[in-house]
Design a binder for this molecule. Sequence first.
Ligand SMILES: Nc1ncnc2c1ncn2[C@@H]1O[C@H](COP(=O)(O)OP(=O)(O)O)[C@@H](O)[C@H]1O
Ligand SMILES: [Mg+2]
Length: 366
Amino acid sequence: MKRVVILYGGKSGEHEVSLQSAASIVRNLDPELFEPVLVAIDKEGAWLLQGPGILGRARSAEGPLLIGAGPRVLVGPATGLLVADAGVLKPLPCDIVFPVLHGTFGEDGTIQGLLEVAGLPYVGAPVMGSALGMDKEKAKRLWIAEGLPVVPFVLARRGDEAKAPRLSEIAQEVEKRFGWPAFAKPACAGSSVGASSVRDADDLGRALREALEWDDKALVEPFVKASEIECSVLGNGNPRAFPPGEIVPKHEFYDYEAKYIDPDGAALILPARLDEGVAARVRDIALRAYRALDLAGMARVDFFVDTTKGEVLLNEVNTIPGFTSISMYPKMCETGGLAYPDLITELLELAIERHEGKSRLRYSFQ
Ligand SMILES: Nc1ncnc2c1ncn2[C@@H]1O[C@H](COP(=O)(O)OP(=O)(O)O)[C@@H](O)[C@H]1O
Ligand SMILES: [Mg+2]
């Protein structure tokens, strides 16, 4: 029996989504193989060990995981997890950590670095892959270097939005490369926050101000009118890609509201309505995009596909995608024959495999 610490909540805009994903994982963890331990991260970033009440409730009731009061959990260099119990630090036994944290401080390599230092196996991409997956600019540069088709972009940096000469330089670059309407979004964010369409050069300052509230960098891209296609990739050294799925947002684009607030904000279509050849190309590019960032565990690779031209463009990658039993990532795996509980087991096994692989590396001459 392996003890799996489910890390959930988090100091991120996607805190609530995490509570949902974590609840689904608790309910579907194979009880023959794994024993869950819940560690919640509150909105201030404190790690709190959850008692049996929260776990029991999660198993018996529908709805998101709750966060109750509890002793602080700490992470130390080569100490694993520690729990502060009445002023005394005690080890918190843990075989694998499953970070179910979307967005900043969870999906971006920071938590992964902490877990590496503590010496713990964890589910999902390592430090660099997580950080690259979060940074849409850096990910695209690597994909371009691999010859993969990406949505082109012009980069804006903090301060550009307030300087008229810089704004007009960016606008000229946009006009030269792809023209209006364009689309502006923060480089490192998620949930579509700070993203908006840009009508023309006069609208660029407004769009960049919104995007740069969320990050120091923003991308300006052509406004792509195409199907939104996603593809689940699973594995370490020899990953596999599942049949793609399709998102049909009811709004101008797949915005925050369509993702989380409006229950009819988007339709999920499984498998995606693609010609066989195009679907195969999506899967192939998803695998190459995954390898280009040295990802491990899992990732959902997102695309725009122009179904009339059969043109496939990479948009972005999510290393801890929405993970409720009805989320796109698990659903696409299920369409490809991998049931949700088995997916969880495989991810936990992949975490152990990667950790063991790393422990076999040499770190000194002795
Ligand atoms: N270049 C673009 N043209 C049109 N819509 C876009 C473009 N880029 C993103 N979008 C829309 O915004 C949504 C969020 O953008 P995305 O790049 O996926 O960032 P994130 O999901 O990390 O916030 C997409 O799902 C899509 O609906
Ligand atoms: Mg997205």
